[in-house]
Design a protein. Structure first.
Length: 510
């Protein structure tokens, strides 16, 4: 890494580079995020690392004030297109671990990790040592310990529960590993955190209301535009949006089978701070890390504006800080995309609200203020898969939409279709379009928001043609495809900005 450039960022505490690197300080043995509020160390005492695991492999311990476990994800986690096959496989390996699963499945091992990639543990070790200079076991160890550190910080759970969720078979083993790496026992760390007079130290809420954590992001981020996008599409009973407080709330279910849990989450942008306050119900506590990750995905908090802003802002003036809204549920997003085909946003919202009211499960624990109005969960795929087409027809959905939604639900319920980041792109697009009623536009839209693919592009989109001045041009689709090449690999971000420019023009005319 360029140590001179990294040190300048450290001196400026520039939040745009949060998660780009971590600073190990030789004199203290601690590693920090570049936005840490502690006194700037001397340059000669600094070492710079791309990943927390690299810092910990070098013998550094995580800072208790800036909390490296909360940093935005490493830039470009999904944005490979020009790398060699080995680098792509390493990126895919890191993707697999993005959504924490400790509450619902057995902890990751090097062998299970490699098996998910279809390679041997030896090959995974060779690739990670070549590209990241760390062993897979070190990466998994750091991940477990940082997750444990967050649970110790943000919950009042007993040690045996923290140890189990972190992937350790016993409290004794957990204490031994923790003390060896961090030079503090878990209990001592928790006591230290209680004494810290920081924003994060106030996260702990022993009340039944639930948990609060603070999620950083890299500026710029246009929070008003992002919350406005979600507000325009919010479904009564499922979601609630406060445009003044810049708050988005919704019901949410995560996990599988006996490990499935449900509740509510609420995300609020904190003015003057590159952070989002995430609150969640106590019932979602076992899935704390998963809900946190889903919120980051929904609000695109891991985006790296330094990579795409210089390319897109000149093409779409006035869109600085615009993010790509994601989703917490790929199936839900896909259903909403199908319902929204060739109808207005308002009409799609009405139809989807009927679907939620008719087939969504009622929440057992209704949230209180500021979450009034949230009462149901979105129907799960298995429920929709068992419906007769006439049941959807009674809601006002036309026959083609009925077939597409039921076909989608069956594919998801049977495990034949994954609608989440890390799903194989080409195979997923092909499978989506094999379902009657799902065409290229819908498939690209799902790839854009559910798969978080940064280079999705619907060349036949009418609003896109308007933004590009091709509304009445012959061969508009081909011309749009050609024009989009200059935005690669960020065409998803270009598309959302093109739509926004058309909407802004329409508002200006009214």
């Amino acid at each position: 890494m360029d140590s001179v450039a990294c040190y300048r960022v450290l001196q400026a505490r520039d939040a745009r580079f949060d998660g780009h690197f971590f600073t190990g300080v030789r004199s203290t043995g601690i590693y920090c995020r570049p936005v840490c509020k502690v006194r700037i160390p001397l340059e000669k005492n600094c070492l710079f690392f791309s990943l927390p695991a690299q810092a910990e492999a070098a013998g550094f311990r995580p800072c208790l004030r800036c909390r490296p476990e909360l940093a935005p994800a490493a830039p470009g986690l999904y944005h490979w297109s020009t790398q060699d096959a080995g680098a792509m496989l390493v990126r895919q390996a890191l993707q697999l671990l993005e959504i924490p699963q400790g509450h619902s499945v057995a902890p990751w091992t090097v062998q299970s990790w490699a098996a998910q990639l279809g390679i041997s543990a030896r090959h995974l070790r060779r690739l990670m040592e070549e590209h990241l200079h760390i062993a897979p076991l070190q990466y998994l160890q750091t991940r477990r310990l940082l997750h444990a550190k967050q649970w110790l910080s943000d919950t009042h759970w007993p040690m045996n529960k923290v140890a189990r969720l972190s992937g350790y078979g016993s409290v004794r083993g957990f204490n031994a590993v923790f003390a060896k790496h961090y030079r503090l026992t878990p209990s001592a760390l928790r006591r230290t955190l209680r004494q810290e007079d920081t924003l994060q130290a106030s996260n702990i809420h022993p009340l039944a209301a639930g948990f609060t954590v603070y999620l950083p992001y890299r500026p710029p981020l246009d929070a008003r535009q992002l919350i406005g996008f979600l507000h325009q599409r919010a479904l009564p009973g499922l979601e609630a949006v406060d445009l003044v407080q810049l708050r988005y709330a919704r019901s949410l279910r995560v996990g599988q089978g006996a490990h499935r849990c449900g509740g509510w989450m609420a995300a609020r942008f904190i003015p003057g701070s590159a952070q989002v306050q995430l609150q969640m119900s106590a019932s979602l506590g076992p899935a704390l890390l998963e809900v946190q990750s889903l919120c980051r995905r929904l609000l695109d908090l891991d985006a790296d504006p330094l990579a795409y802003e210089p390319l897109l802002v000149p093409a779409f003036p006035g869109t600085e800080g615009m993010r790509l809204p994601g989703t917490v549920d790929g199936f839900e997003l896909a259903v909403r995309a199908i319902v929204g085909q060739q109808v207005t946003v308002a009409a799609a919202r009405t139809l989807c609200a009927r679907l939620v009211a008719a087939f969504g499960d009622s929440m057992a624990d209704k949230p209180s203020m500021p979450l009034q109005g949230i009462s149901h969960y979105f129907p799960h795929a298995a429920r929709i898969a068992d419906l007769a087409a006439s049941a959807l027809g009674a809601l006002g959905l036309v026959r083609q939409r009925q077939a597409a939604i039921i076909g989608l639900a069956r594919a998801v319920a049977q495990g034949d279709l994954r609608l989440e980041p890390g799903a194989p792109l080409e195979r997923t697009l092909e499978r989506l379009q094999s379902i009657e009623g799902i065409g290229p536009w819908t498939a690209q839209y799902i790839a854009m928001r559910a798969l978080r693919w940064p280079d999705a592009f619907p060349p036949g989109d009418v609003a896109l043609h308007k933004a590009l001045g091709l509304a009445h041009a012959p061969r508009a689709k081909a011309l749009a495809q050609a024009a989009s090449q200059v935005w690669r690999p960020w065409r998803s971000y270009a598309t959302i900005r093109a739509w926004q420019s058309v909407a802004a023009t329409a508002r200006a005319k009214t």
